[in-house]
Design a protein around this ligand. Sequence first.
Ligand SMILES: NC(=O)C1=CN([C@@H]2O[C@H](COP(=O)(O)OP(=O)(O)OC[C@H]3O[C@@H](n4cnc5c(N)ncnc54)[C@H](OP(=O)(O)O)[C@@H]3O)[C@@H](O)[C@H]2O)[C@@H](O)CC1
Ligand SMILES: Nc1ncnc2c1ncn2[C@@H]1O[C@H](COP(=O)(O)OP(=O)(O)O)[C@@H](O)[C@H]1O
Ligand SMILES: [K+]
Length: 499
Amino acid sequence: MKILTVEQTRALDQYTIEHEPVAPLNLMERAAQAFTDWYTARFDKNRPVRIFCGLGNNGGDGLAIARLLIQLDYTVQTCVVRYAPRESEDFMHNHRRLKLLASIKYIESEQDIPVIRPKEVVIDAILGSGLSRTTEGLVQSVIDAINHSPATVVAVDIASGLFADTANGPNATIVQPDYTVAFQLPKLAFLLPTLSLYVGEWHWVDIGLSRAYIERTPTTYFYTTDQEVRHLLRTRNRFSHKGSFGHALLLVGSYGKIGAGVLASRACLRSGVGLLSVQVPRCGYEILQTSVPEAMCQPDGHLHILTGQPEVEQPELDTFSAVGVGPGIGTAPETLEMLRKLLASVKKPMVIDADAINLIAKNRDLIDKIPKNSILTPHPKEFERLTRRWTSDYDKLGILRDFAQRNRFVVVLKGANTAIATPDGTTHFNSTGNPGMSTGGTGDVLTGILTALLAQGYDPVEAAVLGVFEHGRAGDRAADLRGQIGLTASDVIEALRWD
Ligand SMILES: NC(=O)C1=CN([C@@H]2O[C@H](COP(=O)(O)OP(=O)(O)OC[C@H]3O[C@@H](n4cnc5c(N)ncnc54)[C@H](OP(=O)(O)O)[C@@H]3O)[C@@H](O)[C@H]2O)[C@@H](O)CC1
Ligand SMILES: Nc1ncnc2c1ncn2[C@@H]1O[C@H](COP(=O)(O)OP(=O)(O)O)[C@@H](O)[C@H]1O
Ligand SMILES: [K+]
């Protein structure tokens, strides 16, 4: 699913109005109806509703929602915040219609701001995507009152005061909603960790904007949906054999961290790889052979770390269809040498994670040695080591895009809504996963999954989008079964299911 800018959304609105055709007022009516449907499915009539409306089209939506809820017998108090002398046309129209049905309270100064009670639901329709400057004065006071109230808060389209796709200045006053209900498409701001307080749980509702126009509007930001991922997944041919699904090699583990290698190996096998070989330090040999009997084990000559000096002769690297390196390997100088040799020998895109990323961050000449289209899977701290500290989430997205594009890597920046930046400059935000996955080892699981997909011949961008999505989906299934708090990385592996 595409994420469009405010400008593009405005153009989309306009196109829909001109070509569908639908009158602007009817589009507002559709938006209000879609919001009301969402609202009535969640909140019953016992909860009094207080709707704060601004003077633009977001306020117009609020007035239309007030009318629709009143018609459904909800108890509604509408408050119009009169912060300026101008009102939009569609606001005025809906204002006239609502006045025929109910009384409206006008907030013209701070004294007019009502006391908000705990049982109420506040609907925030003060400012929407037309926000053009930081909030101040009366609007700021009303937002403060909403934020200090004990009521549940639902934002219409976007929280008042929040910019949809650019950074807010420091100390901006912004509504902190429990829910945001956006029209048609998600906004970039919803996907950024430092803005989560201003978004809450978010949903989007279809208001019938032109699909054809959305299709041909260019964007660099995407939000991965279930439907899109289904198209990527390959089914198995009846006559396939284990040779059809590749032979992966994982280089993983060090003394005390063989578990990382076990998790990556199990996840790789649960993700459809035909054959798996695993290189571990000698101390990991029995552990791996016992806990992952399906894998072939290539012990390193060193007891505790990977050095790239095998104990016994090993197949040439180019016999493997994909290589993954990093989980649990540590940063010993001998392991750096192993990584150096590995990068010099592997010609295909590979998966690079954890300490392999840390080693590369400290030895930057290695960046140029990484095969093009390789998948790097840093968490934010590893990514910062690899690049630089960022000043905002928007700055971080810029650094991410540039780093992926300049080096021709697929960079999977992990976290809630993992961001996948590709060599062609696009960024895909993941839609699955939950905070239960913030536990040691879940990243190792992802490395195993991605290595398995590359080994099966998936294109690296597709592998990253699909693998990250399924990793999160497995995390969601595991959380359903066990709850988020008790979730472990092993549970994520057991919950993987690829159909
Ligand atoms: N897109 C869609 O698909 C659909 C969109 N719809 C709805 O329209 C909404 C967008 O409406 P909108 O363009 O009228 O903007 P909105 O946010 O209501 O306010 C604009 C006014 O606020 C002013 N203003 C700006 N910043 C300010 C500040 N800090 N403090 C005070 N004032 C400030 C600004 O002033 P100006 O910048 O012109 O000086 C202008 O007068 C959108 O979010 C959605 O709810 C649906 O109805 C239909 C489908
Ligand atoms: N709050 C969250 N929501 C969704 N996914 C999360 C969340 N926290 C962590 N994850 C996922 O869990 C994994 C953690 O990886 P990482 O930090 O490398 O852990 P480890 O190094 O312990 O394996 C990543 O795939 C990340 O996207
Ligand atoms: K709003």
